[in-house]
Design a protein around this ligand. Structure first.
Ligand code: ZN
Length: 422
């Protein structure tokens, strides 16, 4: 493989201080990055200033739900509409074969877009955990070397508070090297549920990833209660909380108090800008215009020292009608919805939210940094700047994995037509 010359790379992606772009030459040999040096003319492939980013990390997805929209759309676009639609679909149709084919479709899509590591939540309300976790283990093995996979057991508050069910789910997650999670919002039992979850994770040696406060209800306090549970129990595993939409609807004192506890508890936060824009602040008859963005206070959290990321969340299922597991789309929409673009000298630092920041939070082996000795897992664009990158879908991007360009053809939706007739 010749040297990739004249590439634009964010300094942060090189693990260096500074918030701008650097022009570099990237030497690739035997599937690895051999050296990254300041650009000089010479032999090799001239990228003409095109951006090169590390292959992406998508740290909050739902591969088990993906692509069911054609057979089970959301009737009204609301969160509760999504929950009930998915429940019906799961109870009736989520066999190993069904979930497996949709997962494979999702992973081929993400791979073609340039993603190298994915964390998925798996609906694990008994008895679904018996189907999805065994399948996940097979899929993780089959994709090893292309996409590094993690899974989180997703359950609701009733299940968390049922000792026998919680134990069964935690055992499954432990057996397959997963994490313990749950979705809790606007629930007076939030403190009790978070305590039970953290205690079970602690005794089982599991990390935690919770769907917290996915609502505009300012009374929803799961995130604060999770932080208290971590602080009170002395739990030492990794903790991530996703969504945390309610934080934007709360008064300033509550926001400050919660952010302070989250920082002290060492909880990382992942925001899901596309899915939250779709579900939040929507009424069931579709007559009112949404005014809230749904995302959480990501800038304030980061300023307080909290590690933050963004991710896809759902794709073409009742929770989000769109999406394609394209982390660049997540960054593009995140940049617009969350105003990553200003102050301008900080804009590129947010690109880590779909790369090295997300990788560090999740603890992937893949670190999503460009460094000598790392695997040559790169996404190469004709776009040279922030605004060129985020103005177009970049469908002509090239993806290099282990030093070789891969086929970036996306799977055809027609492949799944027979599953959607059910
Ligand atoms: Zn989610």
């Amino acid at each position: 493989m010749p040297i990739l010359r004249n590439a634009s790379v964010p300094s942060a992606m090189l693990g260096r201080p500074g918030s701008g772009l650097e022009r570099v030459d990237i030497a690739v040999a035997d599937g690895l990055i051999n050296a990254i040096t300041p650009h000089q003319p010479g032999p090799g492939r001239d990228l003409e200033g095109g951006l090169v980013l590390p292959a992406f990390v998508d740290m909050h997805t739902h591969l088990d739900k993906g692509q069911i929209w054609p057979r089970k759309p959301n009737p009204d676009g609301t969160w509760i509409g999504a929950l009930l639609a998915v429940q019906t679909d799961r109870d009736g149709l989520w066999s190993k074969a069904d979930v497996g084919r949709r997962m494979d479709f999702a992973l081929r899509t993400a791979y073609a877009h340039g993603t190298a590591a994915i964390r998925t939540h798996l609906d694990s309300i008994p008895p679904q955990q018996l189907i999805s976790w065994d399948l996940f283990a097979e899929v993780r093995d089959a994709w090893r070397g292309r996409i590094e996979l993690q899974a989180v057991a997703l359950i609701h508050a009733d299940c968390i508070l049922d000792p026998a069910q919680l134990d069964a789910v935690a055992r499954k997650a432990k057996e397959f090297g997963g994490l313990l999670g749950g979705a809790v919002m606007s629930d007076p039992r939030a403190k009790q549920a978070m305590l039970k979850l953290v205690e079970k994770a602690g005794e089982s040696g599991l990390d935690i990833d919770v769907h917290a406060d996915e609502t505009g209800d300012p009374g929803s306090d799961t995130l604060e209660r999770l932080a208290e549970a971590v602080l009170e129990t002395g739990y030492t595993g990794r903790v991530t909380a996703g969504h945390c939409c309610a934080l934007t609807a709360q008064d300033e004192a509550t926001q400050q108090r919660t952010i302070d506890k989250v920082a002290r508890a060492g909880i990382a936060i992942v925001s899901l800008p596309m899915c939250n824009m779709y579900l939040q602040d929507r009424d069931a008859d579709g007559r009112t215009t949404p005014v809230r963005r749904g995302v959480t206070l990501l800038k304030e959290l980061r300023a307080a020292g909290v590690r933050v990321a963004i991710a896809s969340d759902n794709t073409r299922d009742p929770f989000y009608a769109y999406g394609d597991l394209d982390a660049l789309e997540v960054l593009r929409e995140g940049a617009r919805i969350l105003h990553f673009d200003h102050p301008r000298d900080a804009a590129w630092s947010w690109a880590g939210t779909v790369a090295y920041d997300a990788a560090a939070i999740a603890g992937f082996d893949y670190t999503a940094q460009l460094a000598a000795g790392a695997s040559a897992d790169l996404v190469m664009f004709r776009a040279r700047t922030w605004t060129e990158l985020l103005s177009r879908p970049q469908a002509d991007r090239q993806v290099m994995r282990r030093g070789e360009l891969i086929d970036t053809t996306l799977p055809d939706y027609r492949e799944l037509d027979d599953l959607m007739e059910a």
